[in-house]
Design a protein around this ligand. Structure first.
Ligand SMILES: NC(=O)C1=CN([C@@H]2O[C@H](COP(=O)(O)OP(=O)(O)OC[C@H]3O[C@@H](n4cnc5c(N)ncnc54)[C@H](O)[C@@H]3O)[C@@H](O)[C@H]2O)C=CC1
Ligand SMILES: CC(C)CC(=O)C(=O)O
Ligand SMILES: [Mg+2]
Length: 372
């Protein structure tokens, strides 16, 4: 199968972790006799230093023409520390999502046996955690009208949603719940926000088409608490752009590091695969960033292509690295291994094995076709 993959490393640790994913893809090509075409393109601060734009036209064109996009991360301290900057690297990512219509960001949070000791939370709390967040990705407050008064003392960001935007991701989330444990939690702030009340009304209607899925609504503040107290109560979480962004990073505490968690950003024409985490600029060039979030994002891309065996072979290799503690310093205590070394180890342990993974025990939380 000849597939074209756009590689957008971006800033900070983005290119370093993405390089480990490419090693894994090359091992997949060799082991399973595939041919992938890789094309690199700039995005974020690195793109701004060239063309001045965080999302150059050529990068967008390449993404449109590719079968999938693997994204590293964007963001740089010079912008983080300068609230006055008018053009920002993050706009590169937001524009990419908007331009490609990537409305659903699927974020699995699953506890593996090999990571139990890694969580700062009690084992009895995190054991069995297997939830997936369906975060709306192209609407809400990140994309609403922004204003700042002439004297700079008042600012606003509008949170706007249409029924159509809510319903397309709601259907996707209900379908996923149907294939999983048949439970869906809508997370909103409907006691305060009009936009959240539209989410509730729309989801209440849609739920009628999925009678075998039990659903509930929960306010975001309570959901944040419940996720730390009893994460196993959640199966599919459906929520808006900002709540999903924050709640998913919080979910990474259950697993013990945001450096482990992947996501798929899906639209009708394109798909992009990206870690939860950002560009972690403090770690740039230090060879300490955990590459697993990027490698698991690659697994989600292979699942999206329908290459289940290939995807499973990477998951198995990651488990091998976790069980042998060949990991970066953010997890499992006292590791001294670097990003590169872990990437080499994982890619070198990719094999075409007859033995099938127990999808429920070992995969990253999705299994067959959950994301489509
Ligand atoms: N998708 C993206 O490209 C995102 C970009 N950003 C941008 O990234 C920059 C830094 O933002 P932060 O809030 O500091 O978030 P961040 O996710 O980059 O880092 C927060 C903390 O998470 C940990 N961490 C993150 N990635 C890790 C990895 N691979 N391995 C081990 N530990 C890891 C580190 O302890 C780090 O201090 C900002 O410019 C921000 O705008 C933030 C979030 C997402
Ligand atoms: C630019 C931000 C919205 C990126 C982010 O934090 C995310 O998508 O998780
Ligand atoms: Mg985020």
């Amino acid at each position: 199968m000849q597939l074209k993959i756009a590689l957008l490393g971006g800033d900070g640790i983005g290119p370093e972790v993405l390089a480990q994913s490419v090693k894994c893809l090359k091992a997949i090509e060799e082991t399973f006799n595939h041919k992938f075409e890789y094309v690199e393109a700039p995005v974020g601060a690195i793109a701004m230093s060239g063309s001045g734009k965080p999302l150059p036209n050529e990068t967008l064109k390449l993404c449109r023409e590719s079968d999938a996009i693997l994204f590293g991360a964007i963001g740089a301290l010079e912008y983080d520390n300068n609230p006055e900057a008018k053009v920002r690297p993050e706009q590169g990512l937001l524009s990419l999502r908007k331009e490609l219509g990537l409305f659903a960001n699927v974020r699995p949070v699953k506890m593996f046996p090999t990571l139990l000791k890694n969580s700062p939370l009690k084992e009895s709390i995190v054991l069995g955690t297997d939830l997936v967040i369906f975060r709306e990705l192209t609407g809400g407050i990140y994309f609403g009208e922004k204003n700042i008064s002439a004297d700079g003392t008042k600012a606003s960001d509008v949170c706007e949603y249409s029924e159509k935007e809510i319903s397309r991701i709601a259907h996707m989330a209900f379908k996923a719940a149907k294939r999983r444990r048949k439970k869906l939690t809508l997370v909103d702030k409907a006691n305060v926000l009009e936009s959240s009340r539209l989410w509730r009304k729309t989801v209440t209607e849609i739920a009628k088409s999925y009678p075998d899925v039990t659903w509930e609504a929960m306010f975001i503040d309570n959901a944040a608490v419940q996720m730390m107290l009893k994460p196993t109560q959640f199966d599919v979480i459906l929520t808006d752009n900002m709540f999903g962004d924050i709640l998913s990073d919080q979910g990474s505490v259950i697993i013990g590091s945001v450096g482990l968690l992947p996501s798929a950003s899906i639209g009708t024409e394109n798909a992009m695969f990206e870690p939860f985490h950002g560009s972690y600029p403090q770690a740039k060039g230090k060879n300490i960033a955990n590459p697993v979030a990027s490698i698991f994002s690659t697994v989600m891309m292979l699942q999206h292509f329908g290459l289940e065996e290939e995807a499973n072979s990477i998951v198995k290799a990651v488990h091998e690295s976790l069980s042998r503690k060949v990991v970066t310093p953010d997890i499992l205590g006292s590791s001294k291994y670097g990003t590169d070394y872990v990437g080499d180890f994982i890619s070198e342990h990719i094999v075409d094995s007859e033995e099938n993974l127990n999808i429920n025990d070992e995969n990253i939380g999705l299994g067959k076709s959950t994301i489509i």
